[in-house]
Design a binder for this molecule. Structure first.
Ligand SMILES: Cc1cc2nc3c(=O)[nH]c(=O)nc-3n(C[C@H](O)[C@H](O)[C@H](O)COP(=O)(O)OP(=O)(O)OC[C@H]3O[C@@H](n4cnc5c(N)ncnc54)[C@H](O)[C@@H]3O)c2cc1C
Length: 412
């Protein structure tokens, strides 16, 4: 058997770990470099939609994630007082069933499942990548340089995967043009997990109010994850974040106020939302492929950043590693990855922006009234059908003979 091919992954978030698993499934030797002292996730919860579950299924971990999370469904969107704007038919009543399904899960539990699945890879923490050389697809290997407590290290590999998040160092080095710079969206988001059973378990619910959105989904029998997205200048903290959240959502539906009231100040996070509104000209540079937020940081208004990151990870194994092992030239495999991933992610990023413009970004007063009236006039069917194109994603087929064992280890 020929020598195993190698891949280095920059970043051990959801995108990086799913790519690690799918490359290991293909039999590649994988090194994951994570700058944090420990692998883990900052953040609260996530709603994994059908496409994300399909990706997790392809990685062989969907059942683990289901049992770590809470299976429910997308209920629809309400106005801030709780009146329905768009009600999605409940699961099982029509063809919307598969599209509706979501699994609410704590990010740390999802991350832990993916970390276990990548256990065959070499996993290095405290490794901050400071330089990347993209390599030449039919020639020079890619190279990555990182620093840790012991100094600088460089490694070359057949494939480099940049999964280092929205503020990607790799993207900055590979695409230095200002046109692909990350931008502050003008919006920020509180996130928290509350130990509470007051929020109904009847689905993932979203409320739209003046220049704001609130969403909540159950992530276990006893926990609810909520986010509160609103307009705010970049980098400006409140003296008391919980008091500010309480004020922001005062007068909203009773479930919203009750959920904010049940939040502990120490568990409330807030992150400014950045995105790549212009998109990247390509997800591929030399022997390097960009995935996750590094490639397509998008607004969270369709809840697709993590879901598409999981898809990307699967596609690294199935559209690059497996075809290359089967004899496809690497440049062709990289081009196939770019053609499959970039248009889809670009379209979802654009739809997220559009959803924001008709949803969370609509200001108060007359615009709210007109928007609400317009949405109520639209039957749910076409709106659900429009979302189905995003959510009914299936992973590229797995090639034969890809269950080769690999001999990874956890690097302390
Ligand atoms: C408020 C909010 C709500 C959201 N809700 C949802 C949702 O419901 N559903 C959904 O699908 N998405 C959601 N998202 C988006 C989702 O969180 C992201 O798209 C997803 O986590 C991106 O994963 P990633 O692995 O690409 O990046 P990250 O999670 O940022 O991981 C990048 C990793 O790379 C590491 N790293 C960075 N630089 C270096 C370096 N130089 N060297 C080594 N390592 C490095 C980091 O430490 C990190 O571990 C939301 C986002 C926000 C802001």
């Amino acid at each position: 058997m020929s020598e195993r091919r190698t891949a280095t992954i920059v970043g051990g978030g959801l995108a990086g770990l799913s790519a690690a698993s799918s490359l290991a499934q293909a039999g590649w030797r994988v090194l994951v470099l994570e700058r944090a002292a420990e692998f883990g996730e900052v953040g609260a919860g996530l709603a994994i939609t059908g496409n994300g579950m399909a990706a997790l299924d392809a990685l062989g971990v969907a059942a683990h994630v289901r049992s770590a999370g809470y299976e429910t469904f997308a209920a629809g969107t309400r106005d801030r007082r709780g009146r329905w704007l768009l009600r999605i038919p409940p699961v099982g009543t029509d063809g919307a069933a598969a599209v509706n399904r979501v699994c609410g899960v704590h990010r740390q539990r999802l991350h832990a499942v993916l970390l276990a699945a990548a256990g065959e890879c070499d996993l290095l923490t405290g490794a901050r990548v400071i330089d990347v050389q993209a390599g030449v697809p039919s020639g020079m290997p890619a190279s990555v340089t990182w620093s840790d407590g012991a100094g600088l290290h460089t490694r070359t590999s057949d494939l480099l995967v940049a999964a280092d998040g929205a503020r990607s160092t790799a993207r900055g080095l590979l695409f230095p043009r200002a046109g692909v710079a990350l931008q502050y969206s003008g919006w920020t988001s509180w996130r928290a997990v509350v130990d509470d059973d007051r929020i109904t378990s009847a689905g993932f619910a979203v409320w739209w109010g003046p220049s704001a959105e609130f969403g909540a989904v159950r992530i276990s029998d006893s926990q609810v994850y909520w986010y509160g997205y609103f307009r705010h200048p970049a980098g400006q903290a409140f003296a008391d974040e919980l008091a500010a959240a309480t004020e922001q959502f005062a007068g909203w539906a009773p479930e919203v106020s009750a959920t904010v009231a049940a939040t502990s100040a120490t568990k409330l996070l807030r992150h400014d939302v950045h995105h790549l509104p212009g998109g990247l000209p390509t997800f591929v540079c030399g022997r390097t492929v960009l995935i996750g937020d590094a490639a397509h940081a998008m607004l969270p208004t369709m809840g697709q950043g993590a879901n598409t990151s999981l898809e990307d990870g699967v596609c690294v194994g199935r559209l690059i590693a497996q075809p290359v092992d089967a004899g496809m030239p690497l440049p062709d495999a990289l081009a196939a990855f770019d053609s499959a991933r970039r248009p889809r992610c670009r379209q979802i990023a654009r739809r997220s922006l559009l959803t924001a413009r008709f949803g969370a970004h609509v200001p108060g007063g007359l615009p709210q009234v007109l928007r609400n009236a317009a949405i109520r006039a639209i039957p749910a069917g076409p709106a659900v059908a429009a979302g189905a194109a995003v959510l009914r994603w299936t992973a590229p087929a797995r090639g034969p003979d890809t269950d080769r064992p690999s001999s990874g280890r956890l690097v302390p």
